[in-house]
Every structure is written in structure tokens, then in C-alpha cells.
Design a protein around this ligand. Structure first.
Ligand code: F0G
Length: 485
């Protein structure tokens, strides 16, 4: 174990998987393009200039010679070079084979099942490490619901209401709330905690309004590592807090909001040598890219025209944008979808920056009922700005009323989601009304979290005294005016 309090590792820095990893990944500053080693004794989350870092990797197909994404590290700039049709056929074949394996656990064999994870199935594009280090539940494999007016199919009148509400013929919703702990965070966390495992970290920590903390607590517990979560003193969803506590994480409530908790956890992690697992950690972003890869595979690699998602700290916007860029450069898809990031109007710093042509980076004191995106100073601003610019994307804002109205439509369809996710549908509807998304375009929207988060928000609550006597007559009275028989 290192002498220095900020030395995270317990002596694994010279171990061969880390050495091997160091030869294929590096960290690049999104602001000034400085390059740092991908693996180092003191984990680095920022450049000396203060900018956030992005993972660059040499990507190898397991059955092909040489590196696929050019020789050397991938660069941040969009490659304008034309991708040959079917250039990605060997990648498609690899991922199809892996997705078709049935996940079975051979008796008495200690084995990993990376192919059955919706993240590690794409491991060459996520984090090239030996399989025995992977910490996975597994995660991913979330549904892509066809809910547009035309693509909805039979016996789905409820789901079709979503397409009607958005005004879209071909709409899909990918429900990341179907991940093991109830949000997309599991996709980044499996990679972040796997890195903690490789590095021999002593403890992991994050700031969170609920979902990140539950995810961190679960994956840390799986590895047997102490997890610490920093929570704002208000607006943390009770169920998510219960999850973190049940999984055994140490919770620290701090006076202030998410932005305050985020600043503090970064400082504490650097001072105490705790491994930081917010999306400031670039390996979290690498895991969240799998949302993009998985939805493309579900669409048989026919990229949609648009991808719409809620935007808070902007990790997901950055990750999915990066996945699309890489999929395009590998020849997996023929074009890069346009990305629409949707913010709550009371927590809209990214929208404000977009409206001023990204001339200045805006901050706000965030206020919205959608607690998951109640963020006024998003960490991944620069990464996400690049994604919006290079995908010819847009940033939209929606009011809390619009979020609640959209949530009611998603809930009543039988799919359901937490409030931040509903910003996706509210934003899509607005962009259709404004003529930016065309009615006949193919759109994928991301639902980021499970209905059971913030379940007091926008859902009618049972009233005290609602119970009736247990008699058929009382049931008839209760149903009168609701259903006719
Ligand atoms: N949707 C949900 C359900 C979330 O939990 C979050 C972030 C976001 C969207 C925003 O995603 O940051 O990638 O733009 N939740 C954090 C948390 C704040 O603590 O769980 P982003």
C-alpha cells in the first residue's frame, strides 16, 4: 500500500493487466488536448488546466490483425474520412454471436459471463482487460420499446399513445430503468468498479441525488469494497437512499445541493486517495457508451435519425455521442444520429450555453421537480458540447409542467419512468412541434430511470381512509363511475 495518502492503490500498478492496459489507453484533455497515461498510480480525473479527460484507446478486433481505429490512439476530432459500406461487418458478426449466446452458469466452474452483459459484450470498445477482473451483475440488455404511431404494432394501444403525444410515426423508447439497480448508471458503474478492482482501490465514492449512489453501493458491495456516497441534504429519493443503505454504503449528507456535493467529493477523493466514481471519471463514460452500441444493435445497426435524452451532468450525452462516433468510424453504422439533449427549464445551463452559440459556459442555481437533472454546473459540459456540435444536435428545455404531462403519458402506457426520463418525451414533442424533428423521422428516446424513483412525484397517492369494507357491494360502489359492466 502506498505511503502517500493520495496513493490510491495497494501495489497493483506494476501488475501485468495494468501494464498491458497502459499500452492501449491514454487520457486526453477535452479542453487543451494534453495527453496523460491511461493508468497511473494517482488516478487523474482532470487535466492540469482543469479540463475533464476522455479515454482514447486502440481498438482491436479479437480475430483481426492490427488496430482498427487507425494506427494509434483515437483522436477526438471527428473523422470525415468515408467509411466503406460493410467495413464493420466483422464487428457486427462478433456482437451478434455474443448476443445470441444463452447465459448459463456451468456447475463448479468459476466463470465470467461478459457476453451476457449489455456492456461487456462490446468490451473491445469499452475497456480491453482480462475477463477475470470484470465486476458485473450483469447489466444492460434493456428493452427498446416501439411506441411510434406507425411502428407500434398490434395490441399496444397504450404504447401508441406515446407516439401520438410526441407526434412521431417511428419512435422507440429505450428503458435504462430496467438495469439491475434501476438506472443507466449501472453501465458506467460496472466499468468504474472494474477499474477500481484493477487498481486495487481501497474505497470508492460519489456524489449523487440517488441513482449513482445506489449503483455504486451495489457494485462496491459485490466487490467487497467500501462505498461512500455524498448526498445533498434535500431532494434525495427515499427509495434510492434505502438501496444505498441496504447495500451497505456509508452515506454522508451534506448541506447544499448536488453541485456542492460534487465539488466536495472530488476534493475529498483527491485528498484521501479514494477512487471517484462520478461521471467525471472517464471510465464511467466508457461504460455508458454501451447504451449507444446496444440500441444500434437492437436496430440491426440502422442508425436512427435522432437520439433524445435528458441532460443533467451531461455524462450520458457525452457517452452516447462518443459511442455513435466510434460506431460510425468502425463502419457499424452509415451515419451519426443527431442528438437532442433536453434540460428542465429550471436547471438549464447547457440550454443557455447552446442558445448563445456556446460562446459562454453558463451556470444556474438549479430548481426542478426532476431531481436527477437538478444540476446547475454540469461536469461534462465540454464533452457534451463537442457531441452536440459534431452531431449537428440541439439542446432543448422543458418546464416541470411539460415533464409531468409527458410522465403521465409514459406511466399510463404501462411503461413508466421517473421524472427526469420524461423530459425525453416532453423534449421530443416540443422539437416536433417546432419542426426540428420531422414527424416521419426515426427517433430513439432514452428513459434513464425507473418509475419507482421519486414515486411521490406526478403519481396520484392513495388517501387515508380509502379502504372499503370487504364486501362485493362495497366493491360495486367503488367501481361505479370508473368502469361500466
Ligand atoms: N436521468 C436520471 C434518472 C439520472 O439519475 C441522472 C443523473 C440523469 C438523468 C442525468 O444524467 O448526468 O448523464 O446528464 N443522476 C445523478 C445521480 C445526478 O446522482 O444519480 P447525466
Amino acid at each position: 500500500m502506498g505511503e502517500n495518502p493520495t496513493d490510491l492503490q495497494s501495489g497493483r500498478s506494476n501488475s501485468s493487466p495494468l501494464k498491458q492496459l497502459a499500452t492501449v489507453i491514454a487520457l486526453r484533455c477535452v479542453e487543451c488536448a494534453s495527453l496523460y497515461p491511461g493508468v497511473s498510480e494517482h488516478p487523474r480525473y482532470r487535466c492540469d488546466c482543469g479540463g475533464v479527460l476522455d479515454v482514447e484507446a486502440k481498438i482491436h478486433h479479437p480475430l483481426q490483425q492490427g488496430s482498427t481505429l487507425q494506427a494509434g490512439f483515437e483522436t477526438l476530432a471527428t473523422s470525415k474520412s468515408e467509411v466503406k459500406p460493410f467495413a464493420g461487418a466483422h464487428w457486427r458478426q462478433l456482437f451478434e454471436e455474443r448476443a445470441s449466446q444463452s447465459p448459463t452458469w456451468p456447475v463448479n466452474v468459476v466463470t465470467q459471463l461478459p457476453d451476457s452483459s449489455g456492456v461487456w459484450r462490446y468490451r473491445e470498445l469499452i475497456l480491453p482487460i482480462p475477463e477475470q477482473y470484470i465486476v458485473s451483475r450483469p447489466e444492460g440488455n434493456t428493452c427498446l420499446y416501439p411506441v411510434g404511431r406507425e411502428n407500434c404494432g398490434n395490441h399496444r394501444a397504450g404504447h401508441r399513445q406515446i407516439g401520438h403525444y410526441a407526434g412521431l410515426d417511428y419512435l422507440f423508447l429505450k428503458h435504462e430503468g430496467e438495469n439491475p439497480t434501476g438506472s443507466f448508471k449501472d453501465r458506467g458503474m460496472t466499468v468504474g468498479v472494474t477499474m477500481a478492482n484493477l487498481l486495487g482501490a481501497r474505497a470508492v465514492a460519489c456524489a449523487s441525488t440517488g441513482n449513482t449512489s445506489a449503483s455504486l453501493a451495489s457494485y462496491a458491495a459485490q466487490l467487497g469494497l467500501p462505498g461512500i456516497v455524498f448526498l445533498p441534504s434535500t431532494h434525495v429519493a427515499a427509495g434510492k437512499l434505502a438501496q444505498s443503505l441496504a447495500y451497505g454504503a456509508t452515506t454522508i449528507q451534506i448541506e447544499g445541493d448536488f453541485d456542492d456535493a460534487m465539488r466536495l467529493v472530488e476534493q475529498v477523493c483527491n485528498e484521501l486517495g479514494i477512487y471517484l466514481l462520478n461521471s467525471l471519471n472517464p471510465f464511467r463514460i466508457e461504460g455508458q457508451k454501451a447504451i449507444g452500441f446496444e440500441l444500434l444493435q437492437q436496430l440491426a445497426w440502422e442508425a436512427p435519425d435522432w437520439l433524445v435524452l435528458p441532460a443533467g451532468n451531461l455524462g450520458n450525452t457525452s457517452a452516447i455521442g462518443k459511442a455513435f462516433r466510434q460506431a460510425h468510424r468502425l463502419g457499424l453504422i452509415a451515419h451519426v444520429p443527431r442528438i437532442a439533449a433536453v434540460q428542465a427549464s429550471g436547471a438549464n445551463p447547457f440550454f443557455r450555453s447552446f442558445m448563445n452559440g456556446f460562446v459562454s459556459r453558463e451556470h444556474v442555481q438549479a430548481q426542478t421537480i426532476a431531481t436527477a437533472i437538478k444540476i446547475g454546473d454540469p461536469v461534462s459540459y465540454s464533452r457534451a458540447r463537442q457531441v452536440i456540435e459534431e452531431s449537428n444536435g440541439v439542446v432543448e428545455e422543458v418546464s416541470d409542467e411539460e415533464i409531468l404531462a409527458a410522465k403521465a403519458v409514459i406511466d399510463r402506457s404501462g411503461i413508466g419512468c421517473e421524472p427526469a426520463s420524461a423530459a425525453t418525451l416532453a423534449g421530443a414533442r416540443k422539437l416536433v412541434e417546432r419542426g426540428i424533428i420531422k414527424r416521419e423521422e426515426r427517433v430513439v428516446g432514452i428513459l434513464t430511470g425507473n418509475l419507482l424513483k421519486d414515486s411521490q412525484t406526478g403519481i396520484p397517492q392513495p388517501k387515508q381512509g380509502d379502504a372499503i369494507t370487504a364486501s362485493s357491494e362495497a366493491v360495486r360502489r367503488a367501481l361505479a363511475n370508473k368502469i361500466s359492466f
